[in-house]
Write a new protein. Structure first.
Length: 79
């Protein structure tokens, strides 16, 4: 688990559930790319491009790498 960096599971990228404020749910990659990077992906009427998704996910990771890695390190120490 510690070798995977998933934007859907990184808590700072998540939002509170509308049904239960104590539960975090994943934001869509499309929303994260727009909010965090100003990058438009998966646009309406366009075909889905997995390369575009991969680039967005990598750019999100690179931008937040230091904090993300500290989070993973902290979780590893707890297990």
């Amino acid at each position: 688990w510690y070798d995977v960096r998933d934007t859907a599971k990184y808590e700072p990228f998540m939002k509170h559930s509308t049904e239960d404020e104590t539960v975090l749910v994943a934001k869509k990659l499309k929303v994260l790319a727009k909010d965090k990077l100003g990058m438009a992906i998966q646009e309406e009427g366009m075909s889905h491009c997995p390369v575009e998704d991969a680039v967005a996910a990598m750019e999100l990771y690179k931008k937040h790498r230091v904090k993300w890695e500290k989070s993973v390190e902290w979780k590893m120490e707890r297990t």
